[in-house]
Design a protein around this ligand. Structure first.
Ligand SMILES: C[S@@+](CC[C@H](N)C(=O)[O-])C[C@H]1O[C@@H](n2cnc3c(N)ncnc32)[C@H](O)[C@@H]1O
Length: 215
């Protein structure tokens, strides 16, 4: 069922390059990672996907967690358009997409959850804290912000990730945070942070941060 949901997402795009990208993303963030992330999402309620890209992960979670009402934001209009088309093709009414800059995001509702998958390192360093602060404000008490990003260590894994980021988008600078540094920032903003490595045979230094809003 969960594997079928992944296949349905990939088939919802006409563009071959985008389909190939989806295969790649679902290979990197494959089922056990989707499950590791998904188990920290609420079973129902509004959830924000910041930097949703083509929408592949929100389209996946909209299928396997039908009680969620997902809202994807991305700065790239083509990606948002493709995400909307894919949602329509899949007949999903519990996911919407909007063009938006995460750096201009202001808490705009009460969310049961939010997530950012490989977004933090694409955001300029001094914009990360304001974004995290706004997400903190936007979450209901007990709500969770889930971040999947990459550590700076070991160095060979960081270089591997950097090479792929450059390949995908040679012009946009990236700023990788060490897991200690990002965890400290999240805690300073007020989250109770759980951090775990997601070990893999691919040389990605994946880290998952589960950040709970508390009193
Ligand atoms: C590596 S992709 C990840 C996309 C998606 N989260 C995924 O895992 O497939 C990074 C995404 O961040 C988006 N992005 C970069 N800067 C952004 C910003 N300031 N506001 C919103 N989205 C942004 C890009 O357009 C791109 O879709």
């Amino acid at each position: 069922m969960r594997g079928d949901a992944v296949l349905r997402v990939i088939r919802a795009y006409d563009d071959r390059v985008v389909r190939a990208y989806c295969w790649g993303r679902f290979w990197i963030l494959r089922q056990r990672f989707l499950d590791a992330i998904g188990r920290h999402l609420p079973a129902e309620g509004p959830v924000l996907d910041v930097g949703c890209g083509f929408g592949l992960f929100s389209l996946y979670y909209a299928q396997v967690l039908p009680g969620l009402s997902l809202r994807g934001l991305d700065i790239n209009p083509r990606r948002i358009e493709m995400a909307r088309c894919a949602a329509a093709r899949l007949g999903l009414s519990n996911v919407t997409y909007e063009l938006g800059d995460a750096m201009a995001y202001h808490a705009d509702g009460e969310y049961a959850g939010a997530y950012m998958l490989d977004i933090v390192h694409h955001i300029p360093e001094d914009a990360v804290r304001p974004l995290v602060e706004q997400l903190f404000k936007a979450l209901a008490m007990g709500g969770r912000l889930i971040i999947k990003d990459v550590d700076t260590r070991p160095a060979y894994k960081r270089w591997f990730t950097h090479a792929l980021d450059r390949l995908m988008d040679p012009t946009t600078p990236v700023r990788y945070w060490s897991a200690d540094e990002l965890e400290a920032l999240l805690a300073e903003v007020g989250f109770r942070v759980g951090r775990q490595r997601l070990p893999d045979y691919l040389p990605y230094p994946h880290v998952l941060y589960v950040c709970e809003r508390q009193d």
